[in-house]
Design a protein around this ligand. Structure first.
Ligand SMILES: [Zn+2]
Length: 271
């Protein structure tokens, strides 16, 4: 199966059990995925320890005075500045009629008089509200970095080796058609034939790609060519030397899986 996706890895690192049996088996056997979970778990731990240490020291009154001064509010900090106080942290702030409302989490009470002080709830000044945000930001940053690393590795992965190429030439009934084919081998040894064909496909027909024996005594179907280019797995163990000719046929929806006999382009691999 493929690697576990990033979201599931992140949830795993946060302690969520999101895997089915197949994914769990993959995780047990995949160094890349288990390393990702471990790394993400470190980030999650950092976030959690920040959460645990949230009983932060309350800011001195002059901090709030400075904040108020900055906002042009000109009101002394409320008396309640005890760090342990769980009292509602809403603050009373004067707001002249017509001035922009302070940032507020709640809608201001709509029927306030327009003269005198309006009561505008400030966002809670308790620090805990920030921690999940900080943790999320941390995680997002990590995922961003990990994604970048993954992308770079992906870019620098050794490319496929081209084992052979073929110029595909039109058969007499398809004058003007042309094509190219190449056999690629991935680092893990799997082979693919990449075929492109430049020829109009009449309505109600489709194209099929084949490997033929040189004397056309045998053939192997690689699959249906959708559009003008396709990539086809070469069956493991297939000896390309025994089937060295790439052929693209015109096929009809007649239920007959055999080669129609109507080849569009064909060419020998130059291996
Ligand atoms: Zn994996």
């Amino acid at each position: 199966m493929q690697h576990i996706d990033d979201e599931d890895l992140a949830l795993l690192a946060l302690g969520e059990d999101v895997l089915d049996d197949a994914a769990r088996a993959h995780l047990d056997s995949c160094p890349a995925c288990s390393a990702s979970v471990r790394e993400l778990a470190v980030v999650a731990d950092v976030a959690r320890s920040a959460e645990r240490d949230r009983d932060l020291v309350a800011p001195a009154p002059r901090v709030w005075d400075a904040v108020r001064g900055e906002l042009g509010l000109g009101l002394a900090a409320p008396a309640e500045t005890d760090a342990e106080s769980e009292a509602e942290a809403d603050a009373v702030a004067p707001a002249d009629a017509g001035t922009a409302p302070l940032p507020a989490e709640r809608e201001p009470t709509p029927d306030l008089p327009h003269t005198g002080a309006s009561v505008v709830p400030l966002a809670s000044r308790r620090p805990r509200a920030w921690l999940p945000v900080a943790a999320a930001a941390c995680l997002a940053l990590f995922l961003g970095v990990a994604g970048g690393v993954w992308w770079e590795r992906r870019e620098t992965e050794p490319p496929e080796t081209t084992l052979a190429t073929a110029d595909l030439e039109a058969l007499p009934a398809w004058t003007g058609a042309s094509g190219q084919a190449r056999v690629e081998e991935a680092p893990d040894g799997t082979r693919q034939v990449v075929v492109s064909v430049d020829a109009p496909a009449p309505e109600g027909t489709y194209r099929e790609v084949w490997l033929l024996a040189e004397d056309v005594s045998g053939l192997v179907s690689l699959g249906v060519l959708e559009g003008s280019e396709g990539r086809f797995d070469v069956p493991d163990g297939l000896d390309l030397a025994a089937f060295p000719v790439v052929d693209v046929s015109e096929e009809h929806f007649d239920g007959d899986p055999a080669h129609s006999g109507d080849s569009v382009v064909r060419g020998p691999l130059d291996a």
